[in-house]
Design a protein around this ligand. Sequence first.
Ligand code: NAI
Length: 423
Amino acid sequence: MGASKEIRFDGRVAIVTGAGGGLGRVYALEFARRGAKVVINDFGGARDGAGKGAAGPADKVVDEIKALGGEAVANYDNVATVKGGENIVKTAVDAFGKVDILVNNAGILRDKGLLKMEPENWQAVLDVHLNGAFHVTRPAFSVMRDHGYGRIIMTTSAAGLYGNFGQSNYSSAKLGLVGFMNTLKLEGIKYNIKVNTVAPIAASRLTEDILPPDLLAKMNPAYVAPIVLYLGSEECNETGRIYNCGAGFYNRAAMMTSPGTVIGGKKIPSVEDVSANWAKIMDLKGAKEYGQLNDLVLQDLLSALEGKKEPAQSGGGFAAVKDVFEKMPGAFQAGSAGGAAVVFQYCISGDGGGDWSADIKNGACTVASGLHASPTCTLKIQAGDFLDLMNGKVNAMKAYTSGKLKIEGDLMKSQLLEKIFKF
Ligand code: NAI
């Protein structure tokens, strides 16, 4: 394997929550070693979150970073409060002018079987992990949006992804973070904010009495840092992904959805119909990963109801870009447009490309060549990629996340396209 270019963070500002110990400390040291300015947040409470907090853990890591010639500031706020989250981001902006990277890492444990799980144990764990991530991410996202750059890393757990006895509070909070990421990955696209999630396995005070000692010895948190730093880097083009990582083992976890089946068609199926089709519902052969809710509802569910076998593959069979725009008014589904008034501007580059606009108002669609004066959103794509999209060879979300399709202006309105045109 050839040596690859060193991944650096010079000029970047990172916040790591819960960085006074365990995994967070290792991430922070590595970010700083590679040139980032780092906010070391740590409330300094007990493993279960109890206590008034302490400055010691965060201060110690700041000292370590400074001793190595790096730049860092301490913050002792509690992520479990709205104010705490705001202060953490303010610390970064006051000290270093911005936030480029946020690692939501702070965490506590209060393990109990469900019947012994008092509401305060449930609440405390949700407050730190799930609400805590919201409290810090919201103000950080605003700064990232203003700078047109951001890398956010959530910390889930195998307990949330797969379940773990005695951790119903923790699993719920941890899988909640995956849901949080799923939506932020969409809201961040326009601003070059990428959001990913890690599920670490490492020796720390959280796991010292959970994992067997011989396993703990192999679980140096340093094994987790490289993937967290990669996800925090400019190099990272992924968004909305989940990775298990520990002891040098890394893999990707994903939510897969089976092709499924339509039961009953226009009539409502009986319980017996469902029972008779159980194997087809269950069968994960041909399962796929959706990029967003609309991939399921507007593509597969609707297409399955219309009796199409492979909805994502359906398309207009177009040979030339201009044919798409000729057919566009006829493909317009007034009933699905719901009275929307929008102008889509298409800028198709390369051979056979050109500019066209589709003006939708009063239940009609007017297509014109050239540039519209005030489009609601502008779609930029190469001619070949556009034909692949229109011919169902790639789906819009994939084209978008891979950077082939660029959308300017009102991104949300572009989601109407798949609904209101049926070629
Ligand atoms: P740790 O206990 O060593 O570190 C967590 C840090 O978060 C502590 O320094 C603590 O003071 C700080 N913290 C706790 N509550 C806070 C709050 N409200 N505000 C600010 N800081 C707070 O634990 P570890 O193992 O390093 O955990 C880091 C993250 O990784 C946690 O989110 C944990 O749930 C997650 N994780 C760890 C696994 C492991 O194997 N160690 C497994 C799966 C997930």
